[in-house]
Design a protein around this ligand. Structure first.
Ligand SMILES: Nc1ncnc2c1ncn2[C@@H]1O[C@H](COP(=O)(O)OP(=O)(O)OP(=O)(O)O)[C@@H](O)[C@H]1O
Ligand SMILES: [Mg+2]
Length: 256
């Protein structure tokens, strides 16, 4: 059966200030969605809320994955259920190689399913990792680097996509803010998403770049505006934003 991430009338406060004001969005396995919108409209807040970040207080609404209420669960349990979140500013973990980090993540998932699982044997893991890196056309030496330590913006994106490929989530949310990241980073993410896309993966890419349509082909485009999804459509919506900016949406939504 197809698994869906369902966000229903979600309200979120940050430091007692309402930021998300009733977000409704459903992403199913096999679908690719893009979420756009001006700075400060609440896109990252949505991503952090999905993860269960403690600074983001859900004051109303629901988040369901495969019918399970995520709001009751910690971040790691959400991940074990098949939700993957990649962040704008990933943390560096000097001394831990990307390969080791990924192996621990894979084993934690296996253990969540079966508490007696002893972890994936290392040769099997290495083989799997190499296959994923080949799929993503990555140099194998990359996995030996310390996680995000001195990674360039583009390398962080590569690490993120490798993590996505290795964990095989059902729904992935990728927050790609422009700051510090050039158009190459978007291309890396887009090509990775294209390589991994299929009936078992649903993707929500948060992006500023209308040019995303040149790389990834979202079937659905949504625009966040003042804490709500103000507009949803197909790829033509991203083209309209490219041509006309956000002013028409501002007018439509009654703010100056
Ligand atoms: N930890 C926080 N503390 C205070 N305010 C916050 C915090 N996180 C978010 N906000 C506020 O919430 C609003 C939405 O921010 P958010 O980061 O979700 O926007 P965004 O749509 O992701 O913007 P951008 O396109 O610039 O990435 C902003 O006004 C921001 O200042
Ligand atoms: Mg953001």
């Amino acid at each position: 059966m197809t698994v869906a991430l369902e966000i229903r009338n979600l309200h979120v406060n940050v430091e007692d200030k309402p930021i998300l004001k009733g977000v409704n969005l459903t992403v199913r396995q096999g679908e690719t969605h893009a979420l756009m919108g001006p700075n400060g409209s609440g896109k990252s807040t949505l991503a952090y809320s999905l993860m269960g970040h403690p600074n983001y207080e859900v004051t109303g609404g629901q988040i369901l994955l495969d019918g399970v209420d995520l709001l009751e669960l910690e971040a790691d349990a959400r991940s074990h259920l098949g939700l993957f979140l990649a962040f704008q500013y990933p943390v560096a973990i000097p001394g831990v190689s990307l390969a080791n980090f990924l192996r621990h993540a894979v084993n934690a998932h296996r253990k969540a399913v079966d508490p007696d699982d002893g972890g994936m044997p290392i040769p099997e893991f290495r083989k799997m990792l190499k296959a994923k890196m080949d799929l993503l056309e990555m140099d194998h030496s990359f996995a030996g680097r310390y996680l995000n330590d001195g990674f360039s913006g583009g390398e962080k994106k590569r690490a993120e996509i490798l993590q996505l490929a290795t964990l095989e989530p059902k729904i992935a949310v990728l927050d790609e803010t422009d700051s510090g990241l050039d158009i190459d980073a978007l291309r890396i993410v887009s090509e990775g998403v294209n390589a991994l896309a299929g009936p078992d993966l649903g993707v929500l890419v948060i992006t500023h770049y209308q040019r995303i349509l040149n790389y990834v082909k979202p079937e659905y485009v949504h625009v966040m505006f003042d804490g709500q999804i103000a507009e949803s459509g197909g790829p033509e919506l991203a083209l309209r934003l490219e041509e006309q900016g956000y002013d028409w949406l501002r007018e439509k939504n009654g703010s100056s």
